[in-house]
Design a protein around this ligand. Sequence first.
Ligand SMILES: Cc1ncc(COP(=O)(O)O)c(C=O)c1O
Length: 447
Amino acid sequence: VPNPTHMANAYDGDHARLDPAVSALIQRRETVLAPSYRLFYRKPVNPVRGEGVWLYDADGERLLDAYNNVPAVGHSHPHVARLVHDQLGVLNTHTRYLTEPLVEYSERLLALFPEPLSKVVYTCTGSEAVDLALRLARYRTGAQGVICTSHAYHGTTAAAAEISPSLGPNNRIGDHVVLVDAPDLLREDPGTAATEFAQRVDRAIEQLRSRGVGLAAMIVDSVLSSDGVQDEPVGLLAPAADVIRAAGGMWIADEVQSGFGRLGAGWWGFSRHGLHPDLVVLGKPMGNGIPIGAVVGTVDAMDRFGRDIRYFNTFGGNPVSIAAATAVLDVIESDGLIANARAVGGRLIDGLGQMARRHRSIGGVRGSGLFVAVEFVIGADRSPDAATAGMVVNELRERGVLISASGRFENVLKIRPPLPFAAEHADHLLAALDDVLTTSITPTTSS
Ligand SMILES: Cc1ncc(COP(=O)(O)O)c(C=O)c1O
């Protein structure tokens, strides 16, 4: 049955099980917000405060946040709050005035990228950055065609939505867009997944040519999160990127999910795979919740567009957002959060791997650093089991642990906590998950 909400883990509209205050607030919200919005969970969460890896519900319940990547350095981080507050009280203008912190942050940010990625443009959101990256690639190549994965999500602008098939069948994919299936590490041979992916990309380039639109770019989320978190083996995306470059297209690395150290292997997901993108899209964790995104690119990708067309984003890169972004780099570096993501993510993945040996409903455990996926399957043919994934997500929420589900079949747990997630938090999550699987899955569903 197709999911009528077109989103995994969406609230189903049933008020019966809700606390009266939550139910009343949902009713008020539905009265004023357009029906585009979705809430998470059968019992939606109503947080009123966040601190570190914890959220506090209106009724005082403490919830372990193992889902949110935007508060990368933790909810309500005092250093972020201080720099943003101080800047807001002094000056908040725009990039048409000369301000030193913008230059200083840009120097610091670009030092985290390999050559020749040496220029940056600021936006407010990941979607705007995706949109701009597409414009840059089209302008540079003179072609219109774009390739993306068949369950990708890249954002909300008209151009970004046209390359976001995970929005469901009612969201129109552009005429100049060809979709390719992402590697599926549970169902494909990991030894050949990279070359088979590159072959699919090669066929997609042919399709674009036969449509007469040519190839401008391929855009890929470097951790393929909405395609179910497909991250292994390292180098998985490299043959596809080679095919794109050989055909004269640009590789756009969407680092909105994988960037800023989350994968515990350097700063960027593309470098983990040994890729050399032309353009890199940044967002979500960059400002710990203050809107800031960016496109980082090569001089070749950016130069002519920049000279021929002006780009001014009113709020993009303003002093307050730069203050937030500066604070994020400070904390990632001073608190060693990339090493933490590697260590704690490793502990979590090991623990989940052990659990998979005891619970047959777990078909696979994947992930890198603090981007972790658990795939549920059912039956002798190990078909995708969205019902169990949905049950687990909601049962964990009942136990005070927040995660969600994703993937083409909505059967993959998405575990993606703030980066200060510590060993004790990983153990807490593992114990809660073990309890859910032990108490809630009957032998028939795990057969
Ligand atoms: C991979 C990816 N790209 C782009 C975006 C769009 O970012 P934003 O919501 O900031 O516009 C998202 C948001 O979820 C994303 O996950």
